[in-house]
Design a protein around this ligand. Sequence first.
Ligand code: CTP
Length: 493
Amino acid sequence: MLNYADRLNHGFFKTISQVCTQMNVKAFVIGGFVRDIVLGRPSKDVDVVVLGSGIAVASKVAEALGAGAHAKYFKSFGTAMVRDGDWVIEFVGARRESYRTNSRKPIVENGSLSDDQNRRDFTINALSLSLQSKDFGNLLDPFNGISDIEDKVIRTPLDPDITFSDDPLRMMRAIRFATQLNFTIDKNTFEAIGRNKNRIRIISQERVIDEMNLIVMAKKPSVGFRLLEETGLLGLIFPQFVALKGVEMMNGMAHKDNFYHTLEVLDNLCEKSDNLWLRWSAVLHDIAKPVTKRFEPKIGWTFHGHEFIGAKMVPGIFKQLKLPQNEKLKYVQKMVQLHLRPIVLAQEIVTDSAIRRLLFDAGDDIDDLMMLCDADITSKNEVKVKRYLKNFQLVRQKLKEVEAKDKIRNWQPPVTGEAIMETFGLNPSKIVGDLKSIIREAILDGEIGNNFEEAYAFLLEEGKKKKLHLKNLVNPPVKIIPIPDPIDGTPNQ
Ligand code: CTP
Protein backbone atom coordinates (compact mmCIF):
# COMPACT_ATOMS: atom_id res chain seq x y z
CA MET A 1 0.00 0.00 0.00
CA LEU A 2 1.46 3.35 -1.04
CA ASN A 3 2.00 6.03 1.56
CA TYR A 4 0.57 8.99 -0.32
CA ALA A 5 1.54 11.56 2.33
CA ASP A 6 5.20 10.72 1.59
CA ARG A 7 4.59 11.48 -2.10
CA LEU A 8 3.27 14.94 -1.26
CA ASN A 9 6.67 15.86 0.13
CA HIS A 10 7.36 19.02 -1.84
CA GLY A 11 7.08 22.09 0.43
CA PHE A 12 4.15 23.67 -1.38
CA PHE A 13 1.77 20.80 -0.48
CA LYS A 14 2.18 21.66 3.22
CA THR A 15 1.82 25.36 2.41
CA ILE A 16 -1.51 24.72 0.65
CA SER A 17 -2.61 22.65 3.63
CA GLN A 18 -1.74 25.44 6.10
CA VAL A 19 -3.40 28.13 3.98
CA CYS A 20 -6.57 26.03 3.79
CA THR A 21 -6.62 25.56 7.58
CA GLN A 22 -6.32 29.33 8.04
CA MET A 23 -9.05 30.01 5.49
CA ASN A 24 -11.20 27.19 6.79
CA VAL A 25 -11.63 25.58 3.37
CA LYS A 26 -10.83 22.12 2.12
CA ALA A 27 -8.55 21.24 -0.78
CA PHE A 28 -7.56 18.02 -2.55
CA VAL A 29 -4.98 16.99 -5.09
CA ILE A 30 -6.91 15.38 -7.92
CA GLY A 31 -6.59 13.83 -11.36
CA GLY A 32 -3.51 12.96 -13.38
CA PHE A 33 -0.98 13.74 -10.65
CA VAL A 34 -2.49 11.17 -8.28
CA ARG A 35 -2.83 8.62 -11.08
CA ASP A 36 0.82 9.12 -11.99
CA ILE A 37 1.96 8.61 -8.37
CA VAL A 38 0.25 5.20 -8.45
CA LEU A 39 1.72 4.41 -11.87
CA GLY A 40 5.19 5.56 -10.80
CA ARG A 41 5.28 8.15 -13.60
CA PRO A 42 7.07 11.32 -12.56
CA SER A 43 4.94 14.45 -12.96
CA LYS A 44 5.22 18.08 -11.91
CA ASP A 45 1.74 19.18 -12.97
CA VAL A 46 -0.57 19.25 -9.98
CA ASP A 47 -4.32 19.91 -10.03
CA VAL A 48 -5.82 21.10 -6.76
CA VAL A 49 -9.56 21.25 -6.28
CA VAL A 50 -10.82 23.59 -3.56
CA LEU A 51 -14.21 23.44 -1.88
CA GLY A 52 -14.53 27.19 -2.25
CA SER A 53 -12.63 29.75 -4.29
CA GLY A 54 -9.60 28.32 -6.09
CA ILE A 55 -8.42 31.83 -6.89
CA ALA A 56 -8.51 32.99 -3.26
CA VAL A 57 -6.53 29.96 -2.08
CA ALA A 58 -4.03 30.28 -4.94
CA SER A 59 -3.35 33.91 -4.15
CA LYS A 60 -2.70 33.17 -0.44
CA VAL A 61 -0.50 30.18 -1.38
CA ALA A 62 1.56 32.31 -3.80
CA GLU A 63 1.96 34.93 -1.07
CA ALA A 64 3.09 32.32 1.46
CA LEU A 65 5.54 30.71 -0.98
CA GLY A 66 7.20 34.11 -1.47
CA ALA A 67 9.42 35.43 -4.23
CA GLY A 68 10.10 32.08 -5.95
CA ALA A 69 6.42 31.58 -6.87
CA HIS A 70 4.46 33.19 -9.70
CA ALA A 71 0.70 33.24 -9.89
CA LYS A 72 -1.66 33.80 -12.79
CA TYR A 73 -5.41 34.20 -12.42
CA PHE A 74 -8.07 33.32 -14.95
CA LYS A 75 -11.05 35.04 -13.36
CA SER A 76 -13.58 34.16 -16.04
CA PHE A 77 -12.79 30.46 -15.59
CA GLY A 78 -12.44 30.69 -11.80
CA THR A 79 -9.02 29.07 -11.99
CA ALA A 80 -5.49 30.07 -11.03
CA MET A 81 -2.05 28.75 -11.77
CA VAL A 82 0.91 28.96 -9.41
CA ARG A 83 4.42 28.12 -10.56
CA ASP A 84 6.92 27.06 -7.95
CA GLY A 85 10.25 26.32 -9.62
CA ASP A 86 9.45 23.80 -12.35
CA TRP A 87 6.21 22.72 -10.66
CA VAL A 88 2.89 23.96 -12.02
CA ILE A 89 -0.06 23.91 -9.63
CA GLU A 90 -3.54 24.64 -10.92
CA PHE A 91 -6.28 25.63 -8.51
CA VAL A 92 -9.95 25.32 -9.28
CA GLY A 93 -13.11 25.43 -7.20
CA ALA A 94 -14.98 22.10 -7.00
CA ARG A 95 -17.55 22.05 -9.78
CA ARG A 96 -20.72 20.50 -10.80
CA GLU A 97 -21.25 20.63 -14.53
CA SER A 98 -24.28 20.08 -16.65
CA TYR A 99 -24.05 19.92 -20.40
CA ARG A 100 -26.36 20.71 -23.26
CA THR A 101 -26.40 18.49 -26.31
CA ASN A 102 -25.20 21.04 -28.88
CA SER A 103 -22.13 22.38 -27.14
CA ARG A 104 -19.06 21.41 -25.18
CA LYS A 105 -19.59 24.43 -22.92
CA PRO A 106 -21.17 23.22 -19.69
CA ILE A 107 -23.26 25.13 -17.19
CA VAL A 108 -20.94 25.22 -14.18
CA GLU A 109 -22.00 25.52 -10.56
CA ASN A 110 -20.12 25.21 -7.27
CA GLY A 111 -20.12 21.65 -6.08
CA SER A 112 -18.81 19.13 -3.59
CA LEU A 113 -15.70 16.98 -3.98
CA SER A 114 -17.86 14.11 -5.14
CA ASP A 115 -19.60 16.34 -7.74
CA ASP A 116 -16.13 17.17 -8.98
CA GLN A 117 -15.02 13.55 -9.11
CA ASN A 118 -18.22 12.59 -10.92
CA ARG A 119 -17.49 14.99 -13.75
CA ARG A 120 -14.02 13.51 -14.40
CA ASP A 121 -13.27 11.47 -17.49
CA PHE A 122 -12.01 8.14 -16.14
CA THR A 123 -11.93 6.33 -12.83
CA ILE A 124 -8.13 6.43 -12.89
CA ASN A 125 -8.31 10.24 -13.24
CA ALA A 126 -10.86 10.74 -10.47
CA LEU A 127 -8.54 9.76 -7.59
CA SER A 128 -7.88 12.45 -5.03
CA LEU A 129 -5.67 13.02 -2.00
CA SER A 130 -6.66 15.11 0.98
CA LEU A 131 -4.59 18.17 1.83
CA GLN A 132 -6.29 18.66 5.22
CA SER A 133 -3.82 18.53 8.12
CA LYS A 134 -5.91 15.95 10.01
CA ASP A 135 -5.85 13.36 7.18
CA PHE A 136 -3.09 14.71 4.92
CA GLY A 137 -2.44 12.33 2.01
CA ASN A 138 -5.63 10.31 2.58
CA LEU A 139 -6.83 8.70 -0.66
CA LEU A 140 -10.41 9.20 -1.87
CA ASP A 141 -11.22 6.69 -4.55
CA PRO A 142 -15.00 6.57 -5.02
CA PHE A 143 -14.91 4.68 -8.33
CA ASN A 144 -12.25 2.05 -7.58
CA GLY A 145 -9.69 3.81 -9.74
CA ILE A 146 -6.85 2.03 -7.93
CA SER A 147 -8.19 -1.38 -8.83
CA ASP A 148 -8.68 -0.19 -12.44
CA ILE A 149 -5.03 0.84 -12.49
CA GLU A 150 -4.08 -2.58 -11.17
CA ASP A 151 -6.27 -4.26 -13.77
CA LYS A 152 -5.03 -1.84 -16.44
CA VAL A 153 -8.51 -0.71 -17.41
CA ILE A 154 -9.85 2.59 -18.74
CA ARG A 155 -13.41 3.09 -17.51
CA THR A 156 -15.64 6.13 -17.11
CA PRO A 157 -16.90 6.88 -13.57
CA LEU A 158 -20.48 7.44 -14.72
CA ASP A 159 -22.51 5.99 -17.56
CA PRO A 160 -20.05 6.32 -20.47
CA ASP A 161 -22.75 7.73 -22.76
CA ILE A 162 -23.02 10.68 -20.37
CA THR A 163 -19.27 11.13 -19.86
CA PHE A 164 -18.57 11.07 -23.61
CA SER A 165 -21.55 13.10 -24.62
CA ASP A 166 -20.54 15.74 -22.02
CA ASP A 167 -17.08 16.03 -23.52
CA PRO A 168 -16.50 14.02 -26.72
CA LEU A 169 -12.74 14.67 -26.64
CA ARG A 170 -12.71 12.07 -23.88
CA MET A 171 -13.25 9.36 -26.52
CA MET A 172 -9.87 10.30 -27.97
CA ARG A 173 -8.41 10.53 -24.47
CA ALA A 174 -9.62 7.01 -23.64
CA ILE A 175 -7.79 5.65 -26.66
CA ARG A 176 -4.75 7.82 -26.00
CA PHE A 177 -4.45 6.63 -22.36
CA ALA A 178 -4.97 3.01 -23.42
CA THR A 179 -2.11 3.44 -25.91
CA GLN A 180 0.28 5.30 -23.62
CA LEU A 181 -0.33 3.11 -20.59
CA ASN A 182 -0.91 -0.17 -22.38
CA PHE A 183 -4.36 -0.46 -20.77
CA THR A 184 -7.51 -1.96 -22.24
CA ILE A 185 -10.76 -0.05 -22.52
CA ASP A 186 -13.62 -1.51 -20.53
CA LYS A 187 -16.21 -3.10 -22.82
CA ASN A 188 -19.05 -0.77 -21.84
CA THR A 189 -16.85 2.29 -22.23
CA PHE A 190 -15.53 1.03 -25.56
CA GLU A 191 -18.99 0.40 -26.98
CA ALA A 192 -20.08 3.88 -25.91
CA ILE A 193 -17.29 5.38 -28.02
CA GLY A 194 -18.77 3.66 -31.05
CA ARG A 195 -22.21 5.01 -30.20
CA ASN A 196 -21.04 8.57 -29.55
CA LYS A 197 -18.34 8.83 -32.19
CA ASN A 198 -20.17 11.41 -34.30
CA ARG A 199 -20.00 13.91 -31.44
CA ILE A 200 -16.27 14.21 -32.08
CA ARG A 201 -17.33 16.70 -34.75
CA ILE A 202 -18.08 19.35 -32.11
CA ILE A 203 -14.47 19.22 -30.91
CA SER A 204 -11.94 21.54 -32.50
CA GLN A 205 -9.46 19.76 -34.75
CA GLU A 206 -6.59 21.39 -32.80
CA ARG A 207 -7.57 19.42 -29.70
CA VAL A 208 -8.14 16.22 -31.66
CA ILE A 209 -4.70 16.42 -33.26
CA ASP A 210 -3.06 16.99 -29.85
CA GLU A 211 -4.44 13.63 -28.75
CA MET A 212 -3.50 12.02 -32.06
CA ASN A 213 0.06 13.27 -31.74
CA LEU A 214 0.24 11.75 -28.26
CA ILE A 215 -0.86 8.44 -29.80
CA VAL A 216 1.77 8.78 -32.54
CA MET A 217 4.39 9.48 -29.87
CA ALA A 218 3.46 6.44 -27.76
CA LYS A 219 5.76 3.44 -27.61
CA LYS A 220 3.40 1.37 -29.77
CA PRO A 221 1.07 3.70 -31.69
CA SER A 222 -0.60 0.86 -33.59
CA VAL A 223 -2.61 0.12 -30.44
CA GLY A 224 -4.23 3.56 -30.66
CA PHE A 225 -4.80 3.51 -34.41
CA ARG A 226 -6.45 0.10 -34.22
CA LEU A 227 -8.78 1.35 -31.48
CA LEU A 228 -9.52 4.53 -33.43
CA GLU A 229 -10.39 2.40 -36.43
CA GLU A 230 -12.45 -0.16 -34.51
CA THR A 231 -14.54 2.55 -32.83
CA GLY A 232 -15.14 4.36 -36.12
CA LEU A 233 -13.40 7.55 -34.96
CA LEU A 234 -10.57 7.20 -37.47
CA GLY A 235 -13.00 7.16 -40.37
CA LEU A 236 -14.36 10.51 -39.20
CA ILE A 237 -11.03 12.19 -38.50
CA PHE A 238 -8.73 10.67 -41.08
CA PRO A 239 -10.64 8.68 -43.72
CA GLN A 240 -7.62 8.45 -46.04
CA PHE A 241 -5.94 6.21 -43.49
CA VAL A 242 -8.94 3.90 -43.23
CA ALA A 243 -8.96 3.62 -47.03
CA LEU A 244 -5.71 1.64 -46.73
CA LYS A 245 -7.62 -1.17 -45.07
CA GLY A 246 -8.59 -4.33 -46.85
CA VAL A 247 -7.26 -6.99 -49.15
CA GLU A 248 -8.44 -7.53 -52.69
CA MET A 249 -8.09 -10.79 -54.56
CA MET A 250 -7.88 -11.18 -58.32
CA ASN A 251 -6.92 -14.29 -60.32
CA GLY A 252 -5.81 -15.84 -57.05
CA MET A 253 -3.48 -12.93 -56.29
CA ALA A 254 -3.95 -10.78 -53.19
CA HIS A 255 -2.11 -7.66 -52.11
CA LYS A 256 -1.19 -7.02 -48.50
CA ASP A 257 -3.48 -5.05 -46.20
CA ASN A 258 -1.84 -1.65 -46.30
CA PHE A 259 -3.51 -0.42 -43.11
CA TYR A 260 -1.91 -3.12 -40.99
CA HIS A 261 1.32 -2.90 -42.98
CA THR A 262 1.50 0.84 -42.24
CA LEU A 263 0.91 0.21 -38.54
CA GLU A 264 3.70 -2.36 -38.52
CA VAL A 265 6.05 0.11 -40.22
CA LEU A 266 5.07 2.75 -37.68
CA ASP A 267 5.72 0.47 -34.70
CA ASN A 268 9.03 -0.67 -36.20
CA LEU A 269 10.12 2.91 -36.66
CA CYS A 270 9.06 3.88 -33.14
CA GLU A 271 11.58 1.41 -31.75
CA LYS A 272 14.29 3.53 -33.32
CA SER A 273 13.10 7.11 -33.44
CA ASP A 274 11.04 9.50 -31.38
CA ASN A 275 10.96 12.13 -34.09
CA LEU A 276 7.25 13.00 -34.39
CA TRP A 277 7.62 13.98 -38.05
CA LEU A 278 9.46 10.84 -39.05
CA ARG A 279 6.66 8.93 -37.31
CA TRP A 280 4.09 10.88 -39.34
CA SER A 281 6.10 10.02 -42.46
CA ALA A 282 5.63 6.36 -41.57
CA VAL A 283 1.88 6.93 -41.14
CA LEU A 284 1.69 8.58 -44.55
CA HIS A 285 4.28 6.70 -46.59
CA ASP A 286 1.78 4.49 -48.43
CA ILE A 287 -1.21 6.83 -48.20
CA ALA A 288 -1.66 6.93 -51.98
CA LYS A 289 -1.79 3.15 -52.39
CA PRO A 290 -5.60 3.02 -52.59
CA VAL A 291 -5.74 5.63 -55.36
CA THR A 292 -2.88 4.14 -57.38
CA LYS A 293 -3.91 0.49 -57.05
CA ARG A 294 -4.22 -1.41 -60.35
CA PHE A 295 -4.42 -5.05 -61.26
CA GLU A 296 -2.22 -5.95 -64.18
CA PRO A 297 -2.95 -9.52 -65.27
CA LYS A 298 0.66 -10.38 -66.07
CA ILE A 299 2.20 -8.75 -63.01
CA GLY A 300 -0.44 -8.69 -60.30
CA TRP A 301 -1.24 -5.77 -58.02
CA THR A 302 0.70 -2.56 -58.60
CA PHE A 303 0.77 0.82 -56.90
CA HIS A 304 2.82 2.73 -59.47
CA GLY A 305 3.77 6.25 -58.47
CA HIS A 306 2.20 5.99 -55.01
CA GLU A 307 5.23 7.76 -53.56
CA PHE A 308 4.73 10.80 -55.83
CA ILE A 309 0.95 10.95 -55.49
CA GLY A 310 1.38 10.37 -51.75
CA ALA A 311 3.77 13.34 -51.48
CA LYS A 312 1.16 15.43 -53.31
CA MET A 313 -1.54 14.35 -50.84
CA VAL A 314 0.49 15.34 -47.78
CA PRO A 315 -0.30 19.10 -47.77
CA GLY A 316 -4.06 18.47 -47.98
CA ILE A 317 -3.90 15.92 -45.17
CA PHE A 318 -1.78 18.24 -43.00
CA LYS A 319 -4.33 21.00 -43.54
CA GLN A 320 -7.27 18.74 -42.77
CA LEU A 321 -5.64 17.36 -39.60
CA LYS A 322 -4.34 20.83 -38.58
CA LEU A 323 -0.74 19.72 -38.62
CA PRO A 324 1.76 22.55 -39.21
CA GLN A 325 2.08 24.24 -42.60
CA ASN A 326 5.82 24.75 -42.40
CA GLU A 327 9.12 22.94 -42.87
CA LYS A 328 7.71 19.89 -41.00
CA LEU A 329 5.22 19.45 -43.83
CA LYS A 330 8.05 19.73 -46.39
CA TYR A 331 10.07 17.14 -44.49
CA VAL A 332 7.18 14.63 -44.40
CA GLN A 333 6.52 15.24 -48.11
CA LYS A 334 10.15 14.54 -48.89
CA MET A 335 10.18 11.34 -46.83
CA VAL A 336 7.00 10.06 -48.52
CA GLN A 337 8.35 10.89 -51.97
CA LEU A 338 11.73 9.25 -51.39
CA HIS A 339 10.65 6.23 -49.34
CA LEU A 340 11.18 3.72 -52.15
CA ARG A 341 14.52 4.98 -53.37
CA PRO A 342 16.84 3.09 -51.00
CA ILE A 343 14.77 -0.06 -51.48
CA VAL A 344 15.10 0.21 -55.25
CA LEU A 345 18.82 0.77 -54.82
CA ALA A 346 19.10 -2.26 -52.58
CA GLN A 347 17.69 -4.39 -55.39
CA GLU A 348 20.15 -3.25 -58.05
CA ILE A 349 23.85 -2.97 -58.43
CA VAL A 350 24.48 0.24 -56.59
CA THR A 351 26.17 2.82 -58.77
CA ASP A 352 27.92 5.89 -57.42
CA SER A 353 25.71 8.17 -59.46
CA ALA A 354 22.48 6.66 -58.02
CA ILE A 355 23.92 7.16 -54.54
CA ARG A 356 24.92 10.74 -55.34
CA ARG A 357 21.38 11.46 -56.53
CA LEU A 358 19.86 9.99 -53.41
CA LEU A 359 22.22 12.02 -51.22
CA PHE A 360 21.42 15.16 -53.18
CA ASP A 361 17.65 14.64 -52.91
CA ALA A 362 17.60 13.60 -49.25
CA GLY A 363 20.31 15.99 -47.99
CA ASP A 364 20.68 15.95 -44.22
CA ASP A 365 17.59 13.76 -43.85
CA ILE A 366 19.27 10.75 -45.42
CA ASP A 367 19.70 8.93 -42.08
CA ASP A 368 16.01 9.43 -41.26
CA LEU A 369 15.08 8.13 -44.70
CA MET A 370 17.20 5.02 -44.22
CA MET A 371 15.51 4.45 -40.85
CA LEU A 372 12.07 4.71 -42.47
CA CYS A 373 13.12 2.25 -45.19
CA ASP A 374 14.43 -0.24 -42.66
CA ALA A 375 11.10 -0.02 -40.85
CA ASP A 376 9.24 -0.53 -44.16
CA ILE A 377 10.56 -4.08 -44.51
CA THR A 378 7.74 -6.08 -43.01
CA SER A 379 7.87 -9.22 -45.13
CA LYS A 380 7.26 -12.47 -43.26
CA ASN A 381 9.73 -14.20 -45.56
CA GLU A 382 12.93 -14.31 -43.52
CA VAL A 383 15.17 -14.98 -46.49
CA LYS A 384 13.81 -11.89 -48.25
CA VAL A 385 14.18 -9.75 -45.14
CA LYS A 386 17.77 -10.87 -44.63
CA ARG A 387 18.60 -10.10 -48.25
CA TYR A 388 17.09 -6.62 -48.02
CA LEU A 389 18.84 -5.81 -44.80
CA LYS A 390 22.16 -7.00 -46.20
CA ASN A 391 21.70 -4.87 -49.30
CA PHE A 392 20.72 -1.91 -47.15
CA GLN A 393 24.02 -2.30 -45.33
CA LEU A 394 25.69 -2.09 -48.71
CA VAL A 395 23.70 1.04 -49.59
CA ARG A 396 24.66 2.57 -46.23
CA GLN A 397 28.32 1.75 -46.81
CA LYS A 398 28.18 3.28 -50.29
CA LEU A 399 26.42 6.36 -48.93
CA LYS A 400 29.31 6.85 -46.53
CA GLU A 401 31.96 6.37 -49.20
CA VAL A 402 30.32 8.65 -51.75
CA GLU A 403 29.61 11.30 -49.13
CA ALA A 404 33.22 11.23 -47.93
CA LYS A 405 34.42 11.59 -51.52
CA ASP A 406 31.88 13.97 -53.05
CA LYS A 407 30.29 15.82 -50.09
CA ILE A 408 26.87 15.86 -51.75
CA ARG A 409 24.79 16.48 -48.59
CA ASN A 410 23.63 20.13 -48.62
CA TRP A 411 25.71 20.48 -51.70
CA GLN A 412 25.76 23.44 -54.06
CA PRO A 413 27.26 22.90 -57.52
CA PRO A 414 30.77 24.46 -57.67
CA VAL A 415 29.84 26.99 -60.38
CA THR A 416 27.34 29.57 -59.13
CA GLY A 417 24.62 31.36 -61.10
CA GLU A 418 26.62 34.61 -60.66
CA ALA A 419 29.67 33.01 -62.26
CA ILE A 420 27.56 31.83 -65.21
CA MET A 421 26.08 35.32 -65.73
CA GLU A 422 29.51 36.97 -65.45
CA THR A 423 31.06 34.49 -67.90
CA PHE A 424 28.51 35.01 -70.68
CA GLY A 425 27.30 38.51 -69.79
CA LEU A 426 23.79 37.24 -69.00
CA ASN A 427 21.04 38.73 -66.86
CA PRO A 428 19.13 36.44 -64.48
CA SER A 429 17.15 34.27 -66.90
CA LYS A 430 16.03 30.75 -67.69
CA ILE A 431 19.24 29.90 -69.53
CA VAL A 432 21.26 30.53 -66.34
CA GLY A 433 19.10 28.03 -64.47
CA ASP A 434 19.37 25.54 -67.36
CA LEU A 435 23.16 25.76 -67.38
CA LYS A 436 23.26 25.34 -63.62
CA SER A 437 21.19 22.19 -63.78
CA ILE A 438 23.20 20.77 -66.72
CA ILE A 439 26.33 21.11 -64.57
CA ARG A 440 24.56 19.60 -61.55
CA GLU A 441 23.31 16.64 -63.55
CA ALA A 442 26.74 16.01 -65.07
CA ILE A 443 28.30 15.92 -61.61
CA LEU A 444 25.59 13.70 -60.15
CA ASP A 445 25.95 11.33 -63.12
CA GLY A 446 29.70 11.23 -62.56
CA GLU A 447 30.49 12.64 -66.04
CA ILE A 448 32.65 15.31 -64.45
CA GLY A 449 34.22 15.65 -61.01
CA ASN A 450 32.70 17.72 -58.25
CA ASN A 451 35.19 20.60 -58.49
CA PHE A 452 35.31 24.09 -59.97
CA GLU A 453 37.91 23.40 -62.66
CA GLU A 454 36.08 20.50 -64.30
CA ALA A 455 32.67 22.12 -63.87
CA TYR A 456 33.85 25.41 -65.34
CA ALA A 457 35.47 23.75 -68.35
CA PHE A 458 32.22 21.87 -68.87
CA LEU A 459 30.27 25.14 -68.65
CA LEU A 460 32.45 26.74 -71.35
CA GLU A 461 31.80 23.75 -73.62
CA GLU A 462 28.08 23.94 -73.03
CA GLY A 463 28.15 27.71 -73.65
CA LYS A 464 29.84 27.09 -76.97
CA LYS A 465 27.17 24.56 -77.94
CA LYS A 466 24.51 27.13 -77.11
CA LYS A 467 26.40 29.78 -79.08
CA LEU A 468 26.81 32.05 -76.08
CA HIS A 469 29.46 34.77 -76.25
CA LEU A 470 32.27 34.55 -73.80
CA LYS A 471 32.56 37.80 -71.87
CA ASN A 472 34.73 37.24 -68.81
CA LEU A 473 36.56 34.25 -67.47
CA VAL A 474 35.83 33.78 -63.80
CA ASN A 475 38.40 32.68 -61.24
CA PRO A 476 37.78 29.64 -59.06
CA PRO A 477 36.55 30.43 -55.57
CA VAL A 478 39.45 31.07 -53.20
CA LYS A 479 40.18 28.05 -51.03
CA ILE A 480 40.74 28.73 -47.34
CA ILE A 481 43.80 26.83 -46.19
CA PRO A 482 43.60 26.13 -42.48
CA ILE A 483 46.45 27.74 -40.54
CA PRO A 484 47.97 25.27 -38.06
CA ASP A 485 47.33 26.11 -34.45
CA PRO A 486 50.63 27.45 -33.04
CA ILE A 487 50.27 25.45 -29.83
CA ASP A 488 49.30 21.90 -30.80
CA GLY A 489 49.70 22.04 -34.55
CA THR A 490 46.09 21.02 -35.34
CA PRO A 491 44.44 22.93 -38.19
CA ASN A 492 42.78 26.10 -36.96
CA GLN A 493 39.48 26.55 -38.90
N1 CTP B 1 -10.21 15.85 -17.42
C1 CTP B 1 -11.46 15.40 -17.78
N2 CTP B 1 -11.88 15.49 -19.07
C2 CTP B 1 -11.08 16.03 -20.00
C3 CTP B 1 -9.80 16.50 -19.67
C4 CTP B 1 -9.40 16.38 -18.35
O1 CTP B 1 -12.19 14.89 -16.93
N3 CTP B 1 -11.50 16.13 -21.27
C5 CTP B 1 -9.78 15.78 -15.99
C6 CTP B 1 -9.16 14.45 -15.61
O2 CTP B 1 -9.50 14.21 -14.27
C7 CTP B 1 -7.67 14.72 -15.73
C8 CTP B 1 -7.58 16.16 -15.28
O3 CTP B 1 -8.78 16.75 -15.75
O4 CTP B 1 -6.90 13.87 -14.93
C9 CTP B 1 -6.37 16.89 -15.83
O5 CTP B 1 -6.39 16.89 -17.22
P1 CTP B 1 -5.10 16.95 -18.13
O6 CTP B 1 -4.08 17.78 -17.46
O7 CTP B 1 -5.54 17.26 -19.50
O8 CTP B 1 -4.66 15.44 -18.22
P2 CTP B 1 -3.92 14.47 -17.26
O9 CTP B 1 -4.89 13.46 -16.77
O10 CTP B 1 -3.14 15.18 -16.22
O11 CTP B 1 -2.97 13.67 -18.24
P3 CTP B 1 -1.96 14.23 -19.33
O12 CTP B 1 -1.09 15.21 -18.64
O13 CTP B 1 -1.28 13.01 -19.83
O14 CTP B 1 -2.85 14.85 -20.38
